[in-house]
Ligand binder design. Structure first.
Ligand SMILES: [Zn+2]
Ligand SMILES: [Zn+2]
Length: 390
C-alpha cells in the first residue's frame, strides 16, 4: 500500500486524525491542532491583552498540552497574556506528589511561574486522610468541591481573575450526557459554556480545549514530546461518569464526529434552556471532577491507555499512528474550522445586585449559602475525625 499523502502539504502522512480521519503529516497535524485552539480562543473572545491567566496544571496530558499550546499561541499571535501555572496538591501519596514533580519541570520548560496550593494548608485535610475517614466511595465529591475552591484561592493569592483548565471535548460530552440522563437541563447548559464564571466566585473559569478530542491531545503531546505524567488518580471516579465515558467511546467508534456532535447538541440545548443565572450553588461538581488531574480517571485498561502505551513503543511509529487513530468508517466531513455557536452572551463579571451573595460564615469564601460547600463537607469530616491531638 503506498503511503498516504498529507491532505494539506502532500508530504507523507503519519497521522489519521481521530476527529475526522483526515490524513496529515506531523507538522500539519500540530499546526492544525494549534490553529483550532486559536480559533476557539478568538471566536469566543476568551482573553484580553495584558490579562494575567492561571493555567490549572496537574501534570497530566490535558493541562500539559494546554500550557504548551497557550505558550505557543501567546507568542505566535501576540495575545499579550501573562501566563502562570497553578497546581493543587490534594495530598495523595504516590500520585500527586509525583505529578507535581512533572509540573515543576513544566514550569522550567515553559518559563512560567508556578504556584502550588495544598488541601492540607487550606482545609487541614489531605485527600488520603479524607479517604481514610469516609472510605473510597464518594471521595471524588469532596475532592471536586475542594479543588474548585483551591484553584480560586490560589488564583486570588496571585491576584489573578481567570483560570483556564484542560477540559477537552470528551469531558464536555460526558458531562452533557450525564446531565441529559439526569434530566438536569440547567446544569447541562452551564456545562457546555466555554466560560463558566460562577456567581459564587470572583474568578472566571474557561476551557480553551473544549473542542479538542482527547485522542488528539494524546497525539499532540506525543509528537511535541511533551513531558507529562500519565498515571491516574488512585481514587476511582464516580461510577455514573465512568458509564457515560464508556458510552461515548463506543459511539466514537462508529461515528468519529459523535463527541463534537454531543458538545454541539449540548450548546443548542443550552440556548433553549432558560438562563437560571450562573450556577447559584457554586458547585458544578461534575466540572470539578472532570478537572481531576487523574487523566480524568481513565482506567488503566482503557483504549486510551493502550493508545498511549503503543505510542510510547514507537518503533516504526509512522505506520503505527495511522493505524492507532483508525476506527470505524471514514467520515469525511471536510470541516476543519470549529463552529463556535454565536449568540451566547457571556457574563464577563459575576452577577452582582440581582443575586444576594454573602460570604461563608466560616471561611469568608463567597457563597450563596450561609456556609460554603467546602465548609459544609469539612464540618461533617471533622465530626468523624478519629482523634485529634492538638
Ligand atoms: Zn502536511
Ligand atoms: Zn466556607
Amino acid at each position: 500500500m503506498p503511503p498516504a499523502a498529507c491532505l494539506r502539504c502532500g508530504n507523507r502522512a503519519v497521522i489519521k486524525r481521530p476527529k475526522n480521519h483526515h490524513k496529515l503529516c506531523k507538522e500539519c497535524f500540530l499546526s492544525v491542532f494549534e490553529d483550532e485552539v486559536h480559533h476557539t480562543i478568538t471566536s469566543s473572545k476568551l482573553f484580553h491583552p495584558g490579562e494575567r491567566v492561571a493555567i490549572g496544571a496537574s501534570g497530566g496530558k490535558d493541562s500539559t498540552v494546554l500550557a504548551s499550546v497557550m505558550k505557543t499561541l501567546n507568542e505566535r499571535h501576540n495575545y499579550g497574556l501573562d501566563l502562570v501555572l497553578l497546581s493543587v496538591d490534594e495530598g495523595i501519596k504516590g500520585y500527586r506528589d509525583d505529578s507535581l514533580e512533572t509540573v515543576k519541570r513544566n514550569a522550567v520548560q515553559y518559563e512560567m511561574p508556578l504556584q502550588i496550593v495544598g488541601y492540607d494548608e487550606l482545609y487541614g485535610w489531605t485527600m488520603d486522610q479524607v479517604v481514610e475517614t469516609i472510605g473510597k466511595k464518594g471521595n471524588c465529591t469532596y475532592c471536586g468541591v475542594f479543588r474548585r475552591q483551591a484553584l480560586d484561592r490560589g488564583a486570588k493569592m496571585l491576584s489573578i481573575r481567570h483560570v483556564i483548565t484542560g477540559h477537552n471535548a470528551d469531558d464536555v460530552a460526558e458531562t452533557v450526557l450525564m446531565n441529559l440522563l439526569r434530566g438536569d437541563l440547567p446544569r447541562l447548559s452551564r456545562s457546555t459554556s466555554i466560560i463558566t464564571g460562577s456567581s459564587s466566585s470572583e474568578v472566571k473559569r474557561s476551557k480553551p480545549l473544549k473542542y479538542a478530542y482527547e485522542k488528539e491531545i494524546v497525539l499532540y503531546a506525543h509528537h511535541k514530546k511533551l513531558d507529562y505524567f500519565s498515571t491516574e488518580c488512585i481514587y476511582s471516579p464516580e461510577a455514573f461518569r465512568g458509564t457515560a465515558r464508556t458510552l461515548i467511546k463506543s459511539l466514537e467508534k462508529v461515528r468519529p464526529s459523535a463527541i463534537l456532535d454531543i458538545v454541539r447538541s449540548g450548546e443548542d440545548m443550552a440556548r433553549l434552556t432558560p438562563d437560571k443565572g450562573q450556577d447559584a450553588c457554586g458547585c458544578d461538581e461534575d466540572e470539578a471532577i472532570g478537572g481531576c488531574g487523574s487523566a480524568n480517571g481513565r482506567t488503566s485498561g482503557s483504549e486510551l491507555a493502550q493508545m498511549e502505551a503503543r505510542l510510547k513503543v514507537k518503533q516504526r511509529s509512522t505506520e503505527l499512528e495511522t493505524e492507532i487513530s483508525a476506527n470505524g468508517t471514514s467520515a469525511d466531513d471536510g470541516s476543519v474550522k470549529l463552529p463556535i455557536r454565536g449568540g451566547r452572551r457571556q457574563k464577563e463579571k459575576p452577577v452582582g445586585p440581582l443575586q444576594t451573595l454573602g460570604q461563608c460564615i466560616k471561611c469568608g469564601y463567597m457563597s450563596s449559602q450561609e456556609m460554603c460547600q467546602a465548609c459544609t463537607l469539612l464540618e461533617s469530616l471533622n465530626k468523624n475525625r478519629p482523634e485529634v491531638s492538638i
